[in-house]
Design a protein around this ligand. Structure first.
Ligand code: NAD
Ligand code: ZN
Length: 342
């Protein structure tokens, strides 16, 4: 089968013929229909420090997908051939304290599809049945292919009560923009999103945010004044991984404000601890998606009118992956979907 493979320990990605995955007795084999490209895939393409430490080669990459079930292992009973499925990219142990307590997103021995084990940028993917999500076929396939990053947005955004609250999102990448739509859907009052990239801020504006703010030219304090906000943001969603964005957020929260941190921070990121202490702020780190409450909530929200279609800005056939990766790296895109059907 065809697959996009990190073949050598250097920048790039190779379209290769690789063996079709074997289907273990607890596994489901999926014929891939659509995948979407994640920032992580771009990091692996570019072969940054994290990738060099993390990715064994050769490795088929990719973890955001939707496809059709074409084979099942002998222990699998509740998945039907022909079903439309997506899946959780974090494969957990099922035996540690957190897994046994139902907090599988906190498993201490997680392995990643397309990171530590063969991924979804391929004609076929095999994953354990416990990682399969049954899709509502009424939902558009391009949207279904984005359930993994939408799940990051939903997990982060729904960490704290949003109804009637003023929400600050730092970073209008694909996940920040989807989080803005989720915050709106969940009944936030003001949703303010920041970035330094005007293309992405325009995209965020289309999702109905109160303000899309370029922090290079506009101060958050002025935005808060213009919205009549006196005491600061109630909820912060850090989705940039940028130190000054995080610092700005901490300074502009109300007393007792709550911050969920998804963005991967640089080790030397400065945190103003005394503002956190004296203003009684709560910080919560977010990893992945809750299995499977997040998947349930994102399905239910889309069924009840959450519209993230505008965040998908480009679609390519998988053989045009070079163009897709170049565009994604340029910052002039939202989500990019690769089509694996003929
Ligand atoms: P992205 O890199 O596409 O988006 C980040 C955005 O932040 C970019 O648009 C960038 O221009 C913007 N930014 C840069 N400097 C800024 C500043 N000073 N103020 C405001 N915005 C600024 O990433 P994404 O795919 O949307 O993901 C968001 C973040 O979440 C990334 O840091 C990613 O690594 C992280 N992530 C974490 C998990 C997890 O499980 N914790 C999962 C997926 C992604
Ligand atoms: Zn576990």
């Amino acid at each position: 089968m065809k697959a996009l493979v990190k073949k050598q320990r250097e920048p790039g990605l190779w379209l290769e013929d690789v063996p079709k995955p074997e289907v273990g007795k607890n596994d489901v084999l999926i014929k891939i229909k659509r995948t979407s490209v994640c920032g992580t895939d771009v990091h692996i393409y570019q072969w940054d420090d994290w990738s060099q430490k993390t990715i064994p080669v050769p490795m088929t990459i990719g973890h955001e997908f939707v496809g059709e079930v074409v084979a099942i292992g002998e222990n699998v009973h509740d998945v039907q051939l022909g079903e439309l499925v997506s899946g959780e990219g974090h494969v957990v142990c099922g035996r540690c304290r957190n897994c046994l307590a139902g907090r599988r997103h906190l498993c201490n021995s997680t392995s990643g599809v397309g990171v530590n084990r063969p991924g979804a940028f391929a004609e076929y993917l095999a994953i354990p049945v416990t990682n399969v999500w049954h899709c509502d076929p009424a939902i558009d396939m391009d949207i279904l292919s984005c359930f993994d990053p939408l799940g990051n947005a939903v997990h982060t955004a729904l960490s704290f009560d949003l109804l009637g609250e003023d929400v600050l999102i730092t970073g209008a990448g694909p996940i920040g923009i989807m989080a803005a739509a989720v915050a709106r859907h969940a009944g936030a009052r003001h949703v303010v999103i920041t970035d330094v990239n005007d293309y992405r801020l325009e995209l965020a504006q289309k999702m109905g945010v109160s303000r899309a703010v370029n922090v290079r030219t506009t101060q958050l304090k002025d935005v808060m004044d213009s919205l009549g906000m006196k005491e600061g943001f109630d909820v912060g969603l850090e989705m940039s991984g940028n130190a000054s964005a995080f610092q700005d957020m901490i300074q502009n929260m109300c007393h007792g404000g709550k911050i969920a941190v998804l963005g991967i921070q640089q080790p030397e990121t400065f945190i103003d601890w005394n503002t956190i202490v004296f203003n009684g702020l709560t910080l919560k780190g977010i990893y992945g998606r809750e299995m499977y409450e997040t998947w349930y909530k994102m399905t239910a929200m889309i069924q009840s009118g959450l519209d993230i279609s505008q965040v998908i800005t480009h679609k390519f056939h998988y053989t045009d992956y070079e163009k897709a990766f170049e565009l994604m790296a340029s910052g002039h895109s939202g989500k990019i979907v690769l089509n694996w059907e003929e």
